[in-house]
Structure formats: structure tokens, C-alpha cells
Design a protein around this ligand. Sequence first.
Ligand code: PEP
Length: 250
Amino acid sequence: MGKYVIAGNWKMNKTPAEATALIEAIKPLVADAACDVVVGVPYIDIPAALEATKGSNIGVAAQNCYWEKSGAFTGEIAADMLREMGVGYVILGHSERRTYFGDTDATVAKRVRGALDAGLTVILCVGEYLEQREQDITAEVVAMQVKIALEGVSEEELSRVIIAYEPVWAIGTGKTATAEQANEVCAQIRGVLAGLYNEAAAKAVTIQYGGSMNAANAAELLAMSDVDGGLIGGASLKAPDFATIVAAAK
Ligand code: PEP
């Protein structure tokens, strides 16, 4: 389906010096990757990450951005600022942003707009809470998140959107969705995209799975028909584990 992309989400981990060291450790291990490789680093690590990845096959992602271009928004970072530095990707709508920092489907949609306007590639995170899965409304929840986030996004712009399906109950918990559960929802997301755009556009979108993906379970998840990559939290902080996941994406 879409091109394989393996992205690390470092969350609030690693100082700039530690970021350089981790990237230096990852670089030789993923040099022959058959997929795109991205590291999602804290804002403060971006200069170090850009320097360390220069000339390599590793892209750099921010973990959020604001939707306005400038102004009185203390503590925020605009998409244009990221783009000017040389950042290529931004993770938006991560469940930790939605749960702890008040992001909603509406604010995620504004961030997506700002990021696309700035020329960034968006890694859009969607996924259900455990209660929603138990209520059997996963498909509806995820469809709503995708539809609201992509409101007004053109088919041309969709080529700069990666969708990460991340069941919230699987993030950082060690509880991975089964390969079948992951694939089922990724396929449902592709169906939503086909409805919003068309079959060809939907097939071209990279749909990642995220949620306790690790060196041991990555191959099985990545072998599924609608899983085109992974968004990796904990395991992305260990170079050999991250490299094993990257190697499984082919
Ligand atoms: C994430 O942060 O997006 C994530 C999937 O985390 P973990 O791999 O640790 O579950």
C-alpha cells in the first residue's frame, strides 16, 4: 500500500547531547533501510538532530506545532519555524497531547492545516480509548478523527499526510494490538480515505501502527496488508531495537 515509514517518537526524552549520541548510534544500523526512517525529537533537540542526521537517510520530526504563523502565543512553536530550520515532519494529535494538553479533533485539524501550509509532512495520530473499543465504536471514533483532521485537505496535500493508528490502550503499556486488530483498523482508515478522496489516493497513504511495537513483534505487525510502518515510542530510544524494527519494514 503506502510507502513504509518507521518513525520514532522520543516523547520528552533525551537532552541535545543525548540526542546526538542516539542518532549517531542509529545511523549506521539503518543506513541500508528499505523504508523511510524518522526520529521525532523534543523541540530543543531539533538543531542537534538536524546536524547529526545531515547526509543520512534519517528525517527529523517535531512532536507538535501551533497553527498560527506568529503572534502572542507564549510557549508555542509555529510550523514555519520548524520548516525554516529544516524539519521535514511533525507528529500531530498524539494521544498524550489529546489526553494531557487539551488537544481536540478541532485543534488537531488546525495544526494539520498549519503544518501542511508550511510544507511539512504530517504524522497524524488517531486511536480509540479502551472503553471505546469495549463499546465496539473503534471504527466510528477513528473515522471521525480522520475526517475532522483532514477537513479541507486536498488530494495533492494528502501525499504529505501519514496516518498513525495508535490504540490509546496500547501506548506505553506493553499491550500491543494483535496484528489482526491493527490491520483491521488500518484497513478501515484506508476505507475512510477512499470515501473522502478515491481508492488510488487511499492506497498511496502510509498508515502506520503504533502502540508498544518492539523488536519482537514488529515483523508480524508490519507484514499485515494495511500496516505500512510504525510509530515507535519506548523502543525508539534503544538503537538496536529501533534498527530491528526498521529492518522488519520491507
Ligand atoms: C507512541 O508514543 O506513539 C507510542 C506508540 O509509544 P510506545 O511505542 O511506547 O507504546
